[in-house]
Design a protein around this ligand. Structure first.
Ligand code: NAD
Ligand code: WQD
Length: 343
């Protein structure tokens, strides 16, 4: 058997990173994790190892630490880097912009310096549909204009995309993609890894499952007076396992590009919009438990509706989201029950 290609996965103990590590191993890559556990914990590595029944190499540390990063790049000959590590709470970024610009931009810069210096050919970057703001036309394609960012977090994604574009456009021998995720949900079907929000969740699905599990009293639906069929906001929710597979496809795709410098952007979603009320209904059906919810006021900064055109990723990456909303909700519920130890 040919030797597995080594891939550095920054933020590999996080929500999307941990699932991607599983997908990478299943595709015969050798992922090496670098994570400072600022928004995750070492038990996640155990969960990954439990699923894979093999040990995973990981480094505990900050990807802004050049001495550590260069020692890791000296130790391993990487074929690629998947750069997940970032701070991701939109509200927190408004309160602590320097922390967000500092972590998200400095960690990217260190990675770019490392891939250049150590001649690593491929980079996959975690971007976000947040770069589109409220689009004028739906679905959004990769050509849809990016709007001025509504938060420092969103701005870090926009600036990061621009930095990568410039670096690839310079003399660097680097092939890169920015993947614009829509709303990742779900968990590994084994319920050994999943999303671990610290404190009160900001995102809809963890709030739904925590409410159903009795950890939260009531889910507030943020507004039902939007210009949508049932008045609640619409998003494109994608199962994290589908998203993880797209990262593997992206790496393979980059390896296949014959140019030495290359940059592309892909939307990663399902192409289907689902309203908050539809999520609640599906969850109740899947989990078989009633959900305590009430309709409250709109949340400031929310956009009315967004969903992706995924034609570009489907064609170029030969990838498609395969799992349904119900599968994603069932997997999240199973995960919630595992972590809250509900019989
Ligand atoms: P996460 O917080 O679960 O994972 C990020 C991981 O990176 C964590 O394990 C954290 O400990 C680690 N980390 C953060 N800063 C670090 C640093 N300086 N050095 C080393 N490790 C560091 O987040 P996630 O949901 O898995 O998101 C992964 C990426 O995808 C992020 O870049 C995020 O902005 C992006 N993204 C997420 C979503 C979403 O809804 N989850 C949507 C769009 C884009
Ligand atoms: C989804 C819908 C809420 C909680 C965020 C970031 C975005 C990206 C993905 C990283 C909205 C409604 C939510 C609740 C509710 N992340 N809702 N009650 O806002 O689409 O995007 O995560 O890049 O940048 O902003 O996701 O899960 O917070 O909300 O009614 O308690 O659920 O109003 O319509 P969002 P979300």
């Amino acid at each position: 058997m040919s030797k597995s290609k080594q891939v550095l996965v920054t933020g590999g103990a996080g929500y999307i990173g941990s699932h991607t590590v599983v997908s990478l191993v299943n595709a015969n890559y050798k992922p090496i994790i670098l994570d400072d556990f600022s928004n995750s914990n070492p038990q996640v590595i155990e969960g990954i190892q439990d699923i894979l029944q093999e040990s995973i190499t990981y480094y505990r540390g900050d990807c802004r630490d050049w001495d550590l990063v260069s020692s890791i790049f000296n130790e391993h000959q990487f074929d690629g880097v998947i750069h997940f590590a970032a701070s991701k709470a939109v509200g927190e970024s408004v309160e602590q912009p320097l922390r967000y610009y500092g972590n998200n931009l400095d960690s990217l810069m260190v990675m770019l310096r490392a891939v250049e210096q150590f001649k690593v050919p491929n980079l996959v970057f975690s971007s976000s549909c947040t770069v589109y703001g409220q689009p004028d036309h739906l679905p959004v394609t990769e050509e849809t204009e990016r709007k001025p960012a509504a938060s420092p977090y969103g701005n870090t994604k926009k600036i990061s995309e621009d930095i990568i574009f410039d670096v690839v456009g310079s003399a660097a021998n680097l092939k890169a993609v920015s993947l614009r995720y829509f709303n990742p949900i779900g968990a590994h079907p084994s319920a050994k890894i999943g999303e671990l929000p610290l404190g009160t969740p900001n995102n809809l699905i963890p709030f739904v499952t925590q409410t159903a599990a009795g950890i939260r009293d009531v889910l507030t639906v943020f507004g039902d007076d939007y210009n949508t069929p049932d008045g609640t906001c619409i998003r494109d929710y994608i199962h994290v396992m589908d998203l993880s597979d797209a990262h593997v496809r992206s790496l393979t795709y980059l390896e296949e590009q014959s140019e030495s410098s290359y940059y592309e952007v892909f939307n990663l979603g399902t192409g289907k919009g689902t309203s908050v009320m539809e999520v609640i209904k599906s969850f109740q059906e899947v989990a078989g438990v009633p959900l305590n919810y009430r309709v409250g006021p709109r949340r400031s900064g929310d956009i009315e509706q967004i969903f992706a055109s995924v034609k570009k990723a489907e064609k170029a990456l030969n990838w498609k989201a395969l799992k349904t909303m119900k599968q994603a909700l069932a997997d999240t519920w199973k995960w919630q029950q595992a972590i809250s130890k509900i019989p």
